[in-house]
Design a protein around this ligand. Structure first.
Ligand code: SF4
Length: 473
């Protein structure tokens, strides 16, 4: 997927005026947010689980080399093969080579964010191999020719009417022309189309929610069972996973699964939780003949060594930070311009594609702190967003019109007497400009802020004056 994060402001502007998108985004509050809250209300041990989950991931990340080697050893012991990909290009090449070896013409795919990250579908198509997305949301956006807009609900930006229209356009070739009216009818029609694709596929590619070092197992959770069909029906199964997915034991995964489902969809557990360890064994009724795991670094080892950002690798991709973010709720996922939207995307994207390629993202935050409050992995996302801003300033990525006011403020803040005088003068001036109305329609240097709202004139002097009065009482 080509990154267009440099266009965040223009994308966001368009998103705010997209009536269909705004309608689709209202589902977040009634869906994910409400269901997560209800799930947590009946789980008193959630905070204890959260602490345990954080400790598990911190330990795994501190010993990443050890657990990855153990994982590789166990996969090979089970008859599979592990491939190490330094970057996106190498990961694509490995997958293509494996598909060529399998003589693949069609590949079924489970949902995989790292697959989006390395643009595997584009690479397969360029090599003459047809990828077929099997997750319903991914299937919908594949038909629409769009990238996902949410980590766990890729087609969240689509209304039901838009999906019905897409199916009408693309399914007529299969003789499916019934006017679809309900969600079960939509699901049923997608199932009919996908059924044949599963049987025709030569290779199945899935992601992995977790990798278990002690057994060499890839764990995949879905609500549709598509992961199982993708993994078990074709002769070759390829698991695409980034390095930080590894955890030491099955017990560790049990803790993380409890956190993941509740934080993501408000379910106690996802409908299908599947454990894949190697190819089909003698006597197995089904399963692939060949089993490969492609471990993708693509910048993770650098992040693991960066103490400002290491903690973001604890992310289990539940999407809760997106669902609770006022910015994501206003503009949706496409505005972020790359694979990972929302607060976690604003932290991760600059690390993966470069600070200047995604400079707007860490600034697209009110720093309200809801993302950290709901994150099951207690990732300090606001602190990291501020770190990005600091780096942008230090690396002179911040344009002069933002740098100069910041420099002026820093100069002033180091001179308390002058600072107080400037603040008092500023407050007086704003009151004067506001006049009897008590509100300002436009403020110099803050035109964007007052474009759609008035600014109330300051009341009762400066903050320091108010604080001093409070001290004297
Ligand atoms: S940062 Fe936290 S809340 Fe956001 S997707 Fe990752 S685990 Fe979930």
């Amino acid at each position: 997927m080509k990154a267009v994060s440099t266009e965040f402001k223009a994308n966001a502007g368009r998103a705010l005026h997209d009536v269909q998108l705004q309608r689709a985004l209202t589902n977040i509050r009634t869906g994910f947010v409400a269901k997560r809250r209800a799930a947590l209300e009946i789980l008193p041990e959630f905070e204890a689980l959260r602490r345990a989950g954080k400790a598990i991931k911190d330990h795994a990340l501190a010993n990443l080399d050890l657990y990855l080697e153990r994982f590789e050893h166990e996969v090979e012991r089970a008859g599979g093969q592990v491939h190490w990909a330094r970057d996106a290009a190498q990961a694509r090449e490995i997958v293509l080579e494996l598909c060529r070896e399998a003589g693949a013409r069609t590949v079924t795919k489970g949902k995989s964010m790292v697959g989006e990250e390395i643009a595997i579908n584009e690479a397969l198509e360029a090599a003459g191999i047809t990828p077929v997305e099997t997750d319903l949301g991914e299937y919908i956006i594949q038909l629409a020719g769009e990238p996902p807009s949410h980590i766990i609900a890729p087609a969240l930006h689509k209304t039901r009417e838009q999906i019905v229209e897409l199916f009408r356009e693309h399914h007529a070739q299969y003789g499916l022309t019934k006017a679809l009216e309900s969600v079960p009818e939509i699901v049923d029609e997608a199932r009919k189309v996908l059924r044949d694709k599963y049987f025709a596929a030569d290779v199945g590619i899935t992601g992995a929610n977790f990798l278990i070092a002690e057994t060499g197992t890839a764990v995949i959770v879905t609500n549709e069972g598509n992961g199982d069909l993708t993994a078990t029906l074709p002769k070759t199964h390829i698991v695409l996973a980034s390095l930080e997915k590894v955890v030491p034991t099955r017990e560790d995964v049990a803790v993380l699964l409890r956190l993941l489902a509740r934080s993501a969809t408000g379910q106690a557990f996802t409908s299908y939780t599947s454990f894949f360890t190697g190819p089909r064994r003698e006597g197995d009724p089904d399963g692939p003949e060949r089993y490969h795991v492609v471990l993708v670094d693509n910048g993770r080892s650098g992040i693991a060594g960066d103490e400002d950002f290491r903690e973001v690798l604890r992310c289990i991709r539940c999407g809760a930070c997106l669902n609770h973010c006022p910015i994501y709720n206003a503009v949706g996922g496409h505005a972020y311009g790359w694979v990972y939207p929302g607060p976690v995307g604003s932290v991760l994207t600059p690390l993966l594609i470069g600070e200047s390629e995604a400079a707007d993202l860490p600034n697209a935050s009110t720093l309200c702190g809801r993302c950290e409050a709901v994150c099951p992995m207690s990732i300090p996302l606001p602190k990291m967003l501020r770190k990005h801003r600091e780096r942008q300033y230090a690396e002179r990525i911040v344009p002069p019109r933002q740098r100069l006011p910041l420099q002026a403020w820093a100069w002033l803040a180091r001179r308390p007497g002058l600072y107080r005088l400037a603040m008092r003068s500023g407050v007086g001036l704003l009151r004067l400009l506001a006049g009897r109305r008590g509100r300002l329609r436009s403020v110099p240097l803050a035109g964007a802020w007052t474009q759609s709202r008035d600014l109330p004139a300051p009341q009762g002097g400066t903050f320091i004056d108010a604080w001093k009065r409070g001290q004297r009482r």
